[in-house]
Design a protein. Structure first.
Length: 359
């Protein structure tokens, strides 16, 4: 197991990544809390709950269940969870454990940030994407209508426990989906990590989750390093949006049904690579190398039927846009990206059309 420290406003918290991460909860001063609650999904808890309680030695924690899926990231569900916590007599000295993937992590963090004006919480991510990305950094949110993560807070957890063993029960598509985010981190990190992914891409399967622990920890470290230097996305943290501007538009345009988030990020990276080529920012050989890794991770649902105009209209609605201007994260080479709000819409449209046509 590896331990990384995130420097947050007011305190530091530890990201435990690797085999035995759940057991690290024993080192966390949890005895001072009045009660401990676990926000999770019932099927996930039925599969892993006993193991988690055994590893953490928790005896009196109570579970609060929400339905699986993106629909649980809503104000209505946040209100329901708050009401459930109140009924279970959760107070300001209670601790909430968010045991699940990105939906549970975002919802749990959001509820923790507003319940009785804020209680402590711990992230226990159970998907690849959550372990390397969404559970780290303190972003919390719920969706409003078609707008993903519209209402949210920056509210860091007190601890992150990323145990790779839990990933073995994921289906193949969900498992591979998270590695599109890992690829994003490798692009940002540099040649060393990128070569590691190139050499191991055929092993991105749930049955190999245990042997991929070092890769996952390395990806998590990239996120830790960035958010420690820019917790509230004032500048540097924007690089983590590589591929995400298109990804969010693709998710919304398809009604959140065609793509998983990771798959949308995979397409987002491919489209922004083509955009970088059109801008003259990246050499063709370098772009093709990055694209090859993305495609090696696994198949992506097609882009057919998505209206170009709809995608272009959605892009300025991205939360990172300021005054309607999009801050594009443009790859120049493996290990270097640049951020620009001076990208012509005509090139954005051309990049999308060409990738959609299979260029």
């Amino acid at each position: 197991m590896q331990r990384f420290w995130v420097t947050s406003k007011g305190f530091k918290y530890c990201v435990n990544a690797g085999h035995g991460a759940w057991r690290a909860f024993a080192d966390f001063p949890h005895d001072g809390y009045s009660a401990i609650f676990i926000l999770t999904e019932k099927p996930l808890w039925e599969r892993w709950g006993k193991r988690f309680l055994r590893d953490t030695k928790l005896k009196s924690a109570r579970a609060v269940f929400v339905p699986s899926g993106e629909n649980s990231k809503s104000m209505a569900m946040a209100e329901r969870v708050g009401a459930d916590l109140l009924q279970l007599r959760a107070d300001r000295r209670s601790l909430l454990l968010a045991f699940g993937g990105g939906v549970i992590g975002d919802l749990g963090g959001f509820v923790a940030s507003i319940y009785m004006r804020g209680i402590d919480y711990v992230q226990i991510p159970t998907t690849v994407l959550a372990q390397v990305d969404s559970a780290i950094g303190g972003k919390t949110a719920v969706n409003v209508r078609a707008m993903k993560n519209l209402l949210g807070t920056f509210y860091p957890p007190r601890l992150v426990l990323a145990e790779p063993e839990v990933l073995t029960s994921l289906d193949e598509r969900s498992f591979r989906s998270g590695f599109f985010e890992v690829a994003k981190h490798a692009i940002l990190s540099g040649p060393g990590f990128f070569r590691q992914l190139e050499a191991t891409s055929s092993y991105f399967l749930p049955k190999h989750a245990r042997s991929l622990a070092d890769t996952l920890a390395r990806a998590a470290k990239v996120k830790v390093d960035v958010v420690s230097r820019d917790e509230r996305e004032a500048g540097l943290r924007r690089v983590l949006n590589l591929g995400h501007t298109f990804a969010h538009a693709l998710e919304e345009a398809s009604g959140y049904r065609r793509f998983s988030h990771g798959e949308a990020v995979g397409w987002g990276i491919l489209i922004v690579l083509r955009l970088a080529e059109l801008l003259g920012a990246v050499e063709r050989a370098e772009s093709e190398r990055i694209a090859r890794l993305v495609r090696d991770i696994g198949p992506l649902p097609g882009l057919r039927g998505l209206a170009v105009r709809r995608i272009l209209d959605l892009l300025p609605q991205d939360k990172k846009a300021v005054g309607g201007r999009i801050h594009w994260v443009i790859p120049e080479r493996i290990g270097k990206v640049t951020i620009s709000d001076q990208v012509p819409t005509s090139l954005v449209e051309t990049a999308f059309r060409e990738v959609q046509r299979g260029r």
